[in-house]
Design a protein around this ligand. Structure first.
Ligand code: FAD
Ligand code: SF4
Length: 477
């Protein structure tokens, strides 16, 4: 054990920072076979591993890593797939340093996230997931005759909707996904940029579901195109709601309605879903400024800043994008890798800053951001130290494009059209935590619409639980 502890973590290869900050190609190359094997033998194979409980879906991490060391890649793939339907996706975006890696015994303690000594579980998972994808490995179907007569409607095609569809179609249940947008994937497509989530990986997973009988109806807003109850009239036996949290939060300060003040959701949707980064090949550009400020400290802020900086460089401008965050780097909720990548690419950071007012010119275009400096006070409910503004510390920053990335809330299109669907004070759908059934019989929910803004694997964990709830419900029917 002592010897194993001394083994250095295997660094993953990445695209050069200068080069990648002017393109949208994938940043992290992933482990080669040799690298994955070297990293896997660092695992101590603890008798009572903490990491499994650290994973929201309880992947048997110890087992899949052991299988990897034995070059049983197919076995490792099947072990992961028992709990996680999309290893190639999670291996790329999972904030493992706050989850499984945080409780790895090799991680140094004291920080709110895992230190680099912990096993790189996510990179190993990605290696195995990509192996399965390249080999076209399939998970055995568990077709049961009694389920073939049932039809389930899934509303929303984000990770929650996709995962629930996969679980149900495996049993032979007919699944139809209704998606409001013209493309599927939810945040994985309209929010997370292709340099973190390559579209061929996402398309592979969606095509896999289609191949196994899942039907997808785009441009269909349940709650507008039809009412929730109409789905039952159309012959569906149960419904899963994976609506996500797609409504951006704002600071509510003066000047937020000026031109070139974007929500991160709008900015990222224009860039990623509408392909503004391919302009003029794609006909949908996005405004870009010389002094870009991104307000926030989560993954959304990192993605927005890294996209903005790329667009500045690709349009021949001097890169000048700054993240404004009211706490310090330690408290930033973003994945640590994304923070490092943003810094390497040239994104600047201003910590302990609280925006107060956007100032515009006569034409109504944003020009400045008035702010106050902060200091850290006592911890708040989240356990992070609260930012306290320092009176009299006013200062101004040049700003001709602002992107607000301070959080997302539930989209109420469906819930407000369905008063019988119980919601809480955040407008999230209330469910029975055991079955994920809502207040409407036969309607289940999971993902960000239930827990508020979370992670991809948490959304999938809830969807899996809901799928089980639906199966039990159909069995009783
Ligand atoms: P969503 O992904 O939001 O999908 C919901 C889908 O439902 C959407 O496609 C929407 O159009 C559709 N929909 C909504 N209402 C209706 C309706 N009435 N009718 C039909 N369709 C409807 N998590 C991580 O783990 N790692 C990361 O690196 C990470 N980065 C992120 C970066 C950004 C920019 C954002 C915004 C989030 C990030 N997250 C990350 C969080 C993660 O993406 C979410 O937790 C996850 O996508 C939630 O999945 P979901 O299926 O519940 O919702
Ligand atoms: Fe860790 Fe995420 Fe993989 Fe679970 S899904 S084992 S938390 S990297």
């Amino acid at each position: 054990m002592a010897n194993q502890k001394k083994k250095e973590p295997v660094k993953v290869k990445e695209q050069d920072a200068l080069k990648r900050s002017a393109n949208f190609e994938e940043v992290v190359f992933g482990y080669s076979e040799d690298e994955a094997l070297k990293e896997s033998v660092r695992c101590l194979q603890c008798r009572a591993p903490n990491c499994i409980a650290g994973c929201p879906v309880g992947i048997d991490i110890k087992k899949f890593i052991l299988q990897l060391t034995q070059k049983d890649y197919k076995g490792a793939y099947l072990t992961i797939r028992e709990k996680n339907s999309f290893p190639s996706i999670c291996g790329r975006v999972c904030p493992a340093e706050y989850q499984c890696r945080l409780v790895c015994v090799l991680s140094k303690k004291g920080l709110p996230y895992a230190s680099e000594e912990s096993i790189n579980v996510h990179f190993l998972e990605r290696f195995i997931g990509d192996f399965g994808m390249k080999q076209g490995l399939e998970v055995e179907k568990r077709l049961e005759e009694k389920f073939s007569k049932f039809k389930v409607a899934v509303v929303g095609s984000g990770p929650a909707g996709l995962c629930c569809s996969g679980e149900l179609s495996r049993l032979g249940i007919k699944v139809v996904i209704f998606e409001a947008l013209h493309k599927t994937g939810g945040v994985l497509r309209y929010g997370i940029p292709p340099f973190r989530m390559p579209r061929d990986v996402l398309d592979f997973e969606i095509n896999y579901l289609k191949k196994h009988g899942v039907e997808i109806i785009p441009n269909y807003i349940v709650g507008k195109s039809s009412a929730l109850e109409d789905l039952f009239v159309q012959g569906f036996d149960a419904v899963f709601l994976g609506l996500g949290a797609g409504v951006p939060g704002f600071l509510g300060i003066k000047g937020e309605n000026l031109c070139n003040v974007y929500s991160a959701n709008e900015f990222l949707t224009r860039v990623n879903l509408m392909s503004a980064y391919k302009f003029p090949e794609a006909h949908t550009p996005v405004n870009i400024g010389e002094h870009i400020l991104v307000i926030g400290g989560g993954n959304t802020a990192m993605d927005a800043a890294r996209c903005a900086l790329r667009l500045q460089k690709m349009s021949g401008m001097v890169p000048n994008t700054t993240i404004i965050y009211r706490r310090t780097e330690v408290e930033m909720p973003a994945r640590r890798l994304e923070i490092e990548h943003a810094k390497e690419e040239g994104v600047k950071f201003r910590f302990l800053v609280q925006p107060q007012e956007y100032v515009g010119d006569e034409a109504g275009l944003v020009k400045k951001l008035k702010s106050l400096e902060c200091r850290l006070g006592e911890p708040d409910q989240s356990g992070r130290r609260r930012p306290v503004v320092i009176e009299g510390s006013d200062f101004e920053l040049d700003c001709d494009l602002a992107i607000i990335a301070i959080g997302l809330e539930a989209n109420q299109v469906l819930t407000s059209a369905t008063p019988q669907l119980k919601t809480d004070k955040y407008h999230d759908v209330v469910v029975d935590p055991e079955t994920m059934e809502t207040s409407v019989k036969g309607v289940f929910a999971g993902g960000d619409i239930v827990g508020g803004e979370g992670t991809v694997i948490e959304a999938m964990g809830m969807a899996k639980k809901a799928a089980k709830g639906i199966i039990d419900y159909l069995t009783r029917k």
